[in-house]
Structures are given as structure tokens and as C-alpha cells.
Design a protein around this ligand. Structure first.
Ligand SMILES: [Fe+2]
Length: 331
């Protein structure tokens, strides 16, 4: 007798045919899976929205919404897009498969269902889901840690979130591909995570830092990169974390990179970082107006610090949005 493969994962079986539903349910229950059933599309959607299922087995043809429609709805929602979907079809035509793929289905099973094929696919998709869940958890922990640094300083509240939104808008304006825009969103939230290693008396010191304290503070770029390096999904975020304090004339840190050597995503984030710092209240001064902030940053461009083209594009975005909505709600 074979050892059950399941560990109580919850599988949704949606099929309007009672006999099919019972058969699938019995096969999966014996293997150690928990099964929840739905007899039509509406019931299936309600089960999906409960938020507890680990995998969905959906009959393609059933009272609406159809399996295709449910699959598509699941794959377009952030909360359900990582749940594997297997479509059950007796149609077995290429166009149905194509339609299923377009809807985001992870796999297909032909009816009548072959027991071994069913269990093999369910098992391998659940194993994959376990990996993505772990990745999801690791990212969530990193974001929470990054926000805990922000929470130490009341003057920086909301800074990371705004930075994230400004940077994505700027990345879009500059025509960056999707993966780099995702990196900018993550980078905005997480770029200072290395400050976890900076003692609070240095991190929150109101006056200027001594040369030794400055050295410790500057390490946050290198340590942040090290913290995030094991996550493959963060590979495009690492250059942002490491290089967001470089300057075009080579006077920045940690590597003293010059001009175009500084990754474009890091140059984008530093523009939005400085702008946000200038336009929010600080212990030593009130928030500056956007015009004043841009005037200061232009002076710094002349000194050889920032990328003039990126600053121009960012100014266009901010000025355009200021007439329509407050800069804070830029998305
Ligand atoms: Fe930083």
C-alpha cells in the first residue's frame, strides 16, 4: 500500500456532476488531502474567496461562471494568483487548452480522470506552491523589518511607501521594463534595511555624525545587500540597495561609482529619496515646497551628484500631479 502524499492541504473540487465530484473527493481524501466541494461556479468562487484553499480542480463546463472564468478571476487577483489551478476537461481540444493557458491554468486533466495522473499533478503543483509560499513569507518578513526601521523615527513615517510609488512612476516614465519597475517598488520599501545593524544612538543622532559614526552608517548599503542576497526574486533590488548613496562624481559610497556606472534603478531611487526628504518635516526644519526642493537638487546636479535627465523627468511628474492631486497620492 502506498504512503499518502497529502499533509492536510485543502483542495477545492468544483464539478456540477455529483458522481465526478464524489470520485475525485474520495481519491484525494484517501491520499491525506482535505477536500471542499462546489457544485457550480458560484459556489466555487465563494470557496476561493474564503482564502483557505491550496489548490483548485475546476471543471471547465459547469453552471456559470465556468472553470475558465474562475481560473482567470483567480489569476488576476493578488491574493489568489499563486494558488495552482488544474482544469478538468472532457473536450480535449487544442483550442480549449489554449483558452485555459490564456486564463492562467497551471495544468489540465482529461475526463475520465486517471487516478495516478491526478495524484502526480496535484502533488507536484502543491510542492511548487510550498516553495512560493516560503518565498512570499521571506519577502513579507523583510518588508516588515524594513518598516520597523522607519517606525523608529517619527519624521520618516510613510517615507518608504511614498518612495516606492514615486520610483515606480518615474521608472514607468523612463520606459523601464516590468521587472525593473517591480524592483523599484521593492527597493523603495527595503533600500535601508541594512540600518538594522546601525546602533540607535547613531541612527537617531540629531547632530552631525563623527567620521567613525559615518563609517558605521555607510555600512547599511553593504549589509542591506547581504541581507537580501539569498532571495533570488530580489536580484534586481540588490543594486538599488547597494548603490543608492553613490554620486555621479564618484564621491558617494560604498564603491565610489561614477556617472553611468551607477545602476539606473539606483539613480532613480536616489532622486525620489532626496526629494521626499526635502519635502517632509525634519527635526531641524519644516518641509520645503516642491519648487524649493527642485532648486536645491538642481544645485546638487551642478555639483556633480545627481542625474539631470532623471531629475527633469521627475519634476515633470510631480508638477503634473500637483495640479491634479497632492504629490503624496502619486501612484
Ligand atoms: Fe540609505
Amino acid at each position: 500500500m502506498s504512503v499518502p502524499q497529502g499533509h492536510g492541504e485543502i483542495i477545492l473540487v468544483a464539478d456540477d456532476n455529483d458522481a465526478n465530484r464524489e470520485l475525485l473527493s474520495a481519491l484525494l481524501s484517501v491520499e491525506g488531502y482535505q477536500v471542499v466541494c462546489a457544485a457550480d461556479g458560484q459556489q466555487a468562487l465563494a470557496r476561493v474567496d474564503d482564502g483557505s484553499i491550496d489548490l483548485a480542480l475546476l471543471d471547465v463546463v459547469m453552471p456559470p461562471p465556468t472553470g475558465f472564468e474562475i481560473c482567470q478571476a483567480m489569476k488576476t487577483k493578488a491574493e489568489t494568483r499563486l494558488i495552482p489551478v488544474i482544469l478538468l476537461t472532457s473536450l480535449n481540444s487544442d483550442s480549449d487548452r489554449l483558452h485555459g493557458i490564456m486564463c492562467g491554468a497551471d495544468d489540465f486533466l482529461n475526463k475520465p480522470v486517471n487516478k495516478h495522473e491526478l495524484l502526480a499533478r496535484v502533488h507536484s503543483l502543491l510542492r511548487l506552491k510550498q516553495f512560493t509560499d516560503e518565498l512570499d513569507n521571506a519577502e513579507t518578513v523583510l518588508f516588515s523589518l524594513a518598516l520597523s526601521i522607519e517606525a523608529k523615527d517619527p519624521y520618516t513615517e510613510g517615507h518608504c511607501d511614498r518612495l516606492s510609488r514615486y520610483s515606480v512612476a518615474l521608472g514607468e516614465k523612463l520606459g523601464l521594463p516590468q521587472d525593473l519597475r517591480v524592483a523599484l517598488r521593492r527597493g523603495g520599501l527595503i533600500h535601508d534595511i541594512g540600518k538594522l545593524s546601525v546602533p540607535e544612538h547613531i541612527l537617531l543622532k540629531p547632530g552631525p555624525l563623527t567620521p567613525e559614526e559615518r563609517k558605521i552608517m555607510e555600512q547599511h548599503t553593504v549589509i542591506g545587500e547581504r541581507i537580501c542576497a539569498p532571495l533570488r526574486s530580489f536580484r534586481h533590488v540588490l543594486p538599488i540597495i547597494r548603490h543608492h548613496h553613490e554620486k555621479r562624481d564618484g564621491s558617494g559610497y560604498p564603491d565610489g561609482l561614477k556617472g553611468e556606472q551607477i545602476p539606473l534603478t539606483a539613480r532613480i531611487l536616489q532622486i525620489t529619496d532626496i526629494y521626499d526628504a526635502l519635502t517632509t518635516d525634519r527635526p531641524y526644519r519644516k518641509a520645503l515646497s516642491p519648487e524649493k526642493a527642485f532648486a536645491i537638487m538642481r544645485e546638487e546636479v551642478k555639483r556633480g551628484w545627481w542625474d539631470a535627465r532623471i531629475l527633469d523627468e521627475f519634476e515633470i511628474i510631480v508638477l503634473a500631479s500637483a495640479t491634479l492631486q497632492p504629490a503624496q497620492s502619486l501612484s
